[in-house]
Design a protein around this ligand. Structure first.
Ligand code: IPM
Ligand code: MG
Length: 357
């Protein structure tokens, strides 16, 4: 039976990069026997414009009925003055939480061809291969109470709640240990246990879960140190597991080690490996519509989708190989361009990857 993939392009550069990823899926349908049905939906600002809400019921229903979701990016200046509850980002957060996609895998992998594109010295980043496992449906992103209130003295006060229950910590820890088992068996849990009780519990639960994985070497690091170590000596890390907000920040940091945030894919998985796949970069409204965005992160998200949700490991491998081949040919979008390479547009990059398939 054919599987269904929901395609949610979103805003900004989202539609441009998703078109290229869809070309890849269509090529796999035509010539590699991939049996999938692609169904498009609206999310984020484009959904606000068309339906008045960032996550229309139809989109939620489509996402629920699909085997996997491919998402571009959401957000843009146009919707920034809306109240937080109605912003494009709520569409994305609603999908993550509504679908129970608690485990976010964010690999940071440096392609040898791009070592010059990193702002760090080649010896610091060459061979870099890190996996950040970010908790995605809890923590301060979703904790209650939250809001902006007015105090008795008339001053306004903003507040959010950082909260994790033991079961939430335990399930993300297990994903992280299992992930480490398939890699170099080293896991670093990042917290702020010296200041925040919530992450004191995080450390305790991760340590407890670790007793079930004696073959994985577990270490703990405070988040400020982790940020420093990521730019000082990133290759000391294999798998990192951390909270929703720390993972948001550290994954952007890790992305830049690889030369461009335009290269990195991600998977958000539920307990049954149903997943939503998206580039970790945002909607980049400043460069939208110019044909200069890098579609590789989205195309590599297709590879993750094939691997994790469709169990099509061989096809995933072929997509990754195609990306490598095109980089080896010297083709580069603006963000990863360096002297001696050939600068290409979003569409040309997509076409080259399809051709390499
Ligand atoms: C990410 C993004 C999102 C987040 C935004 C767009 C809500 O920064 O996926 O990293 O903060 O999780
Ligand atoms: Mg982010």
């Amino acid at each position: 039976m054919s599987k269904t993939i929901a395609i949610l392009p979103g805003d900004g550069i989202g539609p441009e990069i998703v078109v290229e990823a869809v070309k890849v899926l269509e090529r796999l349908q035509q010539t590699h026997g991939l049996a999938v049905e692609l169904r498009h939906g609206l999310v984020g600002g484009s959904a606000i414009d068309a339906c008045g809400t960032p996550l229309p019921d139809e989109t939620m229903a489509l996402a629920q009925a699909s085997d996997a979701i491919l998402l571009g990016a959401v957000g843009g200046h146009k919707w920034e003055s809306l109240p937080i509850e109605q912003r494009p980002e709520k569409g994305l957060l609603g999908l993550r939480s509504g679908l129970g996609l608690f485990a976010n895998l964010r690999p940071a992998l440096l392609y040898p061809e791009l070592v010059e594109a990193s702002t760090l010295k080649p010896e610091v980043v060459s061979g870099l291969d890190i996996m950040i496992v970010r908790e995605l449906t809890g923590g301060i992103y979703f904790g209650q109470p939250r809001g902006i209130r007015t105090l008795d003295n008339g001053e306004r006060q903003g507040f959010n709640t950082l909260v994790y229950s033991e079961s939430e910590i335990e399930r993300i820890a297990r994903v992280a240990f299992e992930t480490a088992r398939k890699r170099s068996r080293r896991l670093c849990s990042v917290d702020k246990a010296n200041v925040l009780e919530c992450t004191e519990l995080w450390r305790e639960v991760v340590t407890r879960v670790g007793r079930d994985y004696p073959d994985v070497e577990l270490s703990h690091m405070y988040v400020d140190n982790a940020a420093m170590q990521l730019v000082r000596a990133p290759k000391q890390f294999d798998v990192i597991v951390t909270t929703n907000m720390f993972g948001d920040i550290l994954s952007d940091c890790a992305a830049m080690l690889t030369g461009s945030i335009g290269m990195l894919a991600s998977a958000a998985l539920d307990a049954d490996n149903k997943g939503m796949y998206e580039p970790i970069h945002g909607s980049a409204p400043d460069i939208a519509g110019q044909g200069i965005a890098n579609p590789i992160a989205t195309i590599l998200s297709v590879a993750m989708l094939l691997r994790y949700s469709l169990a099509e490991d061989a096809l995933a491998e072929q997509v990754e190989q195609a990306v490598r081949r095109v980089l080896a040919q010297g083709l580069r979008t603006a963000d990863i361009h360096s002297p001696g390479t050939t600068r290409v547009s979003t569409t040309q990059m997509g076409d080259a990857i399809v051709a390499a398939l």
